[in-house]
Design a protein around this ligand. Sequence first.
Ligand code: NAI
Length: 245
Amino acid sequence: MADGNRTAVVTGGSRGIGREVALRLASLGYDIAIVYVGDPAEAADTVSECEKKNVKAKAYICNVASFEETKNTIAEIVKDFGSNIAALVNNAGITRDGLIAMMKEEDWDSVISVNLKGAFNMIRHLSRLFIKNKGGRIVNISSVSGLMGNAGQINYSASKAGIVGLTKSTARELAAKNVTCNAVAPGFIRTDMTKNITEDNSELLRTIPLGRMGEAGDVADAVVFLLSSPYITGEVLRVDGGIAM
Ligand code: NAI
């Protein structure tokens, strides 16, 4: 291809689910651009693991909640990797849990800004390139909290329900341009985000028909599947051990 390998942009790719997605895509021959905030050592480690699969990889510190930062970072990615960007995985996300009667305004704002506006910002700045390239694949990470609601997580579930609407509207709007947009809705996945949840909690296990938490690789499998399909768009695929069926 003119610009070398096809490139995948993975937000929150430095660790957890995003790291697993980046590694799977690197194994499939995608060059990997990781967008993250936080520990540079984690990002460097993911980059080096991707490079071991003989692809180009680079990490960019960028707050996805910022319209300007995401615009500039995408311009940098295109400069570094070329314009053959084939896939975007909007995985960056945070939680700031609390009961509605006590939730601080800043906790509402930050979760909506990172989880929902972050996905908008990335799609907003990459969609023209996808249209110009006559194709692209987008996968957004939602959550079962967005499908079912979850007490103590109104900000998070609102952001993840918003991702479903964003996904379906993007899918409808860009379908004619050969751009697909889907979502994955994970349940309880073992990562740093859920480190306070243990499987000793039998009440939690009772909510999961398969009786155990999932692994980051289970979510990455679903992301890779959706990125590989030319004919699935606007879908929300649960990876939750059956919680939200
Ligand atoms: P994690 O906390 O291990 O990793 C989050 C990643 O997002 C990190 O790479 C971090 O750098 C990045 N990030 C956070 N804020 C950012 C910002 N403002 N700008 C750019 N990057 C930012 O989380 P985990 O568990 O891997 O979750 C990944 C996604 O999956 C999130 O969207 C999360 O909401 C979702 N999810 C996770 C579940 C779980 O049980 N772990 C369940 C359902 C959904």
